[in-house]
Design a protein around this ligand. Structure first.
Ligand code: 3PG
Ligand code: MG
Length: 410
């Protein structure tokens, strides 16, 4: 796969719009896992060496096109600064309009500004061309270093690229090269572990994974919708009743496509969701009415382990329980140990992806035991389907249209 890299654009002294994914795990206004920030350092250091003025663009969470104070990127300023060894990072209170313009105009070579959450404007997710043009007008060059958001055809991912010379940042480059090389000769059987709480957007993706995967292990909130589709009463657990039909179809298609679906057989449930709440392990046939599932149970973990032992390659996106809240991290931590151990024994090649997943593996102390950690979650799942992600397509296209050096001075 060919696409322009940092070396392929003239960057010296330019104002660079750097699309990042600062949608990092946070609790109480503090970053709980800075992997997505640390992985930006190679690009940031390259741009700093080139004396660029760096404009960081990112979304955070899903504010739905309006200002939501708890989803401001302001708390990320300190986290980015800290990652850069204390270098000052400025903040622009809006990503377009006079506030953005002023913030960018003030920059001197080697300065960095982080602009406010792109998704505070509905135009971002709509891929609005005028919005993209206005963003583009803030800089000379567009660098996409957000592989993990490149499955979204949003203004800041695909739109800006129409107006500026573009290139992939180092993280984007690494993700594409490493994921490509590991999975192009992936040994079968391949197993996928999918969990997490973004049920609505990820459940539909599973349908397409049935073709590529031999085993599909489902945990976390995602599993509850499947249990519901199978006729189980899931009490007050997070689930997506509107997606019951999709879940049913997936279960049926899996048989035809010879993909083994592994669902939990027992669950950890609580009456009140809080740290160290008293909990019970129940069979999936006996989830009490007023209880919420917060983790998969110990027997499920055995079933997951046996399924993984049949695999030669494993990909993992999404924790299997509410791992941020102790002790509901137990199964995610133990599953990380199982995959890490099989990887260490060279029985498995393992790739984990996604903000929360990487955070969970760090928490389990197992991050170094995996073959590769991708910063991408949903994007990683879509990429696994064999799709060219919209943000990546733009980069590949830039190469073929010569949208690189020649226009970089524009
Ligand atoms: C992620 O966390 O996977 C990315 O930041 C994309 O987020 P989204 O699913 O809200 O688009
Ligand atoms: Mg996330």
């Amino acid at each position: 796969m060919k696409f322009p890299k940092l070396e392929d654009v003239d960057l010296a002294g330019k104002t660079v719009l750097l699309r990042t994914d600062l949608n990092v795990p946070m609790q109480g206004g503090k970053v709980t896992d800075n992997t997505r920030i640390m992985r930006l350092l190679p690009t940031l250091n390259y741009l700093l060496k080139k004396k660029c003025r760096i404009v960081l663009l990112s979304h955070f969470d899903r504010p739905g096109g309006k200002f939501v104070p708890s989803m401001s990127l302001a708390p990320l300023v300190d986290a980015v600064s800290e990652a850069l060894g204390g270098k000052k990072v400025q903040f622009g209170v809006d990503c377009i309009g006079p506030a953005a313009r002023d913030a960018v105009d003030k920059l001197k070579p080697g300065d960095i500004v982080l602009l406010e959450n792109l998704r505070f404007h509905p135009e971002e997710e709509k891929g609005d061309v005028r919005f993209a043009r206005e963003l583009a007008s803030l800089g000379d060059v567009f660098i996409n270093d957000a592989f993990s958001a490149s499955h979204r055809a949003h203004a800041s991912i695909t739109g800006i690229a129409q107006f500026l010379p573009v290139a992939a940042g180092r993280l984007m480059q690494e993700e594409l090269e490493v994921l490509g090389s590991i999975l192009s000769d992936a040994k079968k059987p391949i197993g996928a572990i999918v969990g997490g709480s973004k049920v609505s957007t990820k459940l539909a993706l599973l349908e397409n994974l049935l073709t590529t995967m031999d085993v599909l292990i489902i945990g976390g909130a995602m599993a509850n919708t499947f249990l519901l589709a199978q006729g189980h009463d899931v009490g007050k657990s997070i689930c997506e009743p509107s997606m019951k039909a999709t879940a049913k179809r997936i279960l049926k298609d899996a048989e035809k496509k010879k993909c083994r679906i592994v669902l939990p057989t027992d669950l950890v449930v609580v009456q009140q969701f809080k740290a160290h709440a008293s909990c019970r392990v129940v069979d999936i046939n006996a989830i009490p009415e007023n209880y919420t599932a917060v983790d998969v149970g110990p027997y499920s973990l055995q079933v997951y382990r046996e399924a993984l032992q049949t695999c030669k390659t494993a990909v993992w996106n999404g924790p299997v329980g509410a791992f941020e809240t102790s002790p509901f991290d137990a199964s995610t931590v133990n599953l990380a140990r199982i995959v890490g151990k099989l990887t260490g024994q060279k029985k498995l090649r393992s790739i984990a992806g996604g903000g929360d997943t990487v955070s969970a593996l760090m928490h389990a102390g197992m991050a170094d035991s995996f073959s590769y950690l991708s910063t991408a979650g949903g994007a990683f799942l879509e990429w696994l389907e064999g799709k060219t992600l919209p943000g990546v397509a733009v980069l590949i296209h830039a190469k073929t249209t010569g949208n690189t050096k020649s226009k970089a001075h524009g």
